[in-house]
Design a protein around this ligand. Structure first.
Ligand code: NAD
Length: 398
C-alpha cells in the first residue's frame, strides 16, 4: 500500500477511507489458452485490477505486456493510477491490466494474445467499467487491435488517429515529462532549461518523447539508454541522429561509438535524472551513489520508498510519477470524452490541455509541500488521497 501514516495524516484521511484504500477493490485473473503461430499451444496469465473505482466508472490504466509482470505489479500500478487520476482531478477510477508475455513477440502472436484477453474480460469493457490504454510493451498497434474487437471508440485510448485516437496522445506522456522538467528546473533548481544537463533511462514511448521535447526546448540531454544499454555525449546528444540510429539498430547503445551501462547512467553527475523505463531501478542498493541534483519520475515507481526517503533527507527533490507522467492520462481523458461525443481535437489542443493541467497540479503540489514541509511525493499523494476521500463522502461510501 502506498499510503503511509504520514500521508494519511497530511490528507486528514478518515479511518474508513484509509481502510478502503488499503487493498484493491477487484482483482481478475484469467488464463489465455492459445495456439500461437510461432509458439504453438500455450497458456498465458493475464490480470485486470481495479484499485479504487470511487471516481469512476470508467476506471483507467494501461495494458502492460511483459514476461516478468506479476499480479502484485498490476495491483501496484492500479493503485498508482488511482492517485494519478485524482491528482489531475479527472473523473476516473484507477485500474491496470497486465499480460505475462514477451512484448517482443511477433505482432501476429501479440494480436492473438490481446484479442483473447479482450474476449475474456469482455463484460468489463462493454459495460464501460474499464478503458484500455497503452503502457510498457503496448502502443497504438495493440490499441487498434482492441478497437478492432470492441468496435467501441470509447473502450480504448491511445488508438491511431484514423480510428478516433487524438493527435498528441502518442507523445503526451513524454511531452508532459519534459514540460514538468522545465517547470521544476525553473521553480525548484532556479535555473533555465538551456543551462542544465539531463540523463534519461528508457527510450520507449515516454523516454523518446521526453528526450525529443527536451532537446527541442534547448536542454542538453547527455545520456539515454534502453534495455540493451545506453549512449553518452557530454556536449549533448543530437536527437535526430540518435533517433535514426535507434530505429536502424533497435537500440541507442553504441550511438556515435559511445556506450554506457544502465547502472552508470543512473550515477551520472547531471542536473536532472529521468528514469523513464521500468519500476524499482533506484533502491537502497544504489541510491547513495546517485549524483543528480533532481529526479523526475518518468516511469511509474522507478524509486523505492527507501530511496525516496533517502533523497528527501539529502535534499534532492524528486518530482513524483503521479505528477510527472500524468500527461498520458490527461490526453486519454480527452480521447475518451471525444470518442463518446464523436468530436475532433487538434494536436495543439491536446498538448495545451496536458501542459495546463500539469502546470496547475505542479503548483498545487509545490505549495502543499512548502506549507506542510514535506516531500513532493507525499504532498502529491496527500492531495490525491483527500480528493478520493471527498468523493467517497459525496457518494456515501464513508
Ligand atoms: P515502452 O515499452 O514504450 O518503453 C520502455 C523502455 O524501457 C524501452 O526503451 C526499453 O528498452 C526500456 N527498458 C526495458 N527494460 C529495461 C531495463 N531493465 N533497463 C533499462 N531500460 C529498460 O514503455 P513506456 O510506455 O515508455 O513506459 C515506460 C514507463 O512509463 C513505465 O513505467 C510505464 O508504466 C510508464 N508510463 C507510461 C505511459 C504511456 O503513456 N506509455 C504513461 C504513464 C506512465
Amino acid at each position: 500500500m502506498i499510503l503511509d501514516s504520514e500521508i494519511a495524516s497530511l490528507a486528514s484521511l478518515e479511518p474508513l477511507a484509509l481502510e478502503l484504500l488499503k487493498e484493491p477493490e477487484v482483482v481478475i485473473k484469467v488464463k489465455l489458452h492459445l495456439n500461437l503461430p510461432t509458439k504453438g499451444p500455450i497458456g498465458i496469465d493475464a490480470y485486470l485490477v481495479y484499485y479504487c473505482t470511487v471516481r469512476g466508472p470508467p476506471s483507467k490504466g494501461g495494458l502492460r505486456i511483459n514476461e516478468n509482470v506479476t499480479l502484485e505489479d498490476v495491483i501496484q500500478l492500479a493503485e498508482i493510477m488511482t492517485y494519478k487520476c485524482a491528482l489531475m482531478d479527472l473523473p476516473f477510477g484507477g485500474a491496470k491490466a497486465g499480460i505475462k508475455a514477451n512484448y517482443e513477440l511477433p505482432q501476429l502472436d501479440k494480436n492473438i494474445i490481446v484479442r483473447e484477453f479482450v474476449h475474456k474480460i469482455r463484460n468489463e469493457i462493454v459495460s464501460g467499467a474499464y478503458v484500455f490504454g497503452p503502457d510498457l510493451g503496448t502502443g497504438p498497434r495493440e490499441m487498434a487491435t482492441i478497437f478492432g474487437e470492441t468496435h467501441m471508440r470509447e473502450s480504448v485510448t491511445g488508438k491511431p488517429v484514423g480510428i478516433g485516437g487524438v493527435p498528441g496522445r502518442l507523445q503526451a506522456t513524454g511531452y508532459g515529462v519534459a514540460k514538468i522538467t522545465e517547470k521544476a528546473v525553473s521553480e525548484i533548481l532556479g535555473k533555465d532549461l538551456k543551462d542544465v544537463t539531463i540523463a534519461i533511462q528508457g527510450f520507449g514511448n515516454v523516454g523518446f518523447w521526453a528526450c525529443k521535447t527536451l532537446c527541442e526546448l534547448g536542454a542538453k540531454v547527455i545520456a539515454v539508454s534502453d534495455k540493451y544499454g545506453g549512449t553518452i555525449n557530454f556536449k549533448g546528444l543530437n536527437f535526430e541522429k540518435l533517433s535514426q540510429y535507434s530505429q536502424q539498430n533497435n537500440t541507442v547503445r553504441g550511438f556515435n561509438g559511445s556506450s554506457i551501462s544502465n547502472e552508470d547512467l543512473l550515477r551520472l553527475q547531471v542536473d536532472v535524472l529521468i528514469p523513464a523505463a521500468i519500476e524499482n531501478v533506484i533502491t537502497e542498493n544504489n541510491v547513495s551513489l546517485l549524483k543528480a541534483k533532481m529526479i523526475v519520475e518518468g516511469a511509474n515507481a522507478p524509486l523505492s520508498n527507501i530511496a525516496h526517503e533517502f533523497l528527501y533527507k539529502k535534499g534532492v527533490p524528486v518530482v513524483p510519477d503521479i505528477l510527472a507522467n500524468a500527461g498520458g492520462v490527461i490526453a486519454s481523458y480527452d480521447e475518451w470524452r471525444i470518442s463518446k461525443a464523436g468530436l475532433l481535437i487538434t494536436e495543439k489542443e491536446t498538448l495545451n490541455d496536458v501542459e495546463r493541467t500539469l502546470a496547475k497540479a505542479f503548483e498545487e503540489v509545490l505549495s502543499f509541500a512548502d506549507s506542510y514541509k514535506t516531500s513532493l511525493r507525499k504532498a502529491a499523494y496527500a492531495i490525491a488521497a483527500r480528493r478520493i476521500a471527498d468523493t467517497m463522502i459525496a457518494r456515501g461510501w464513508i
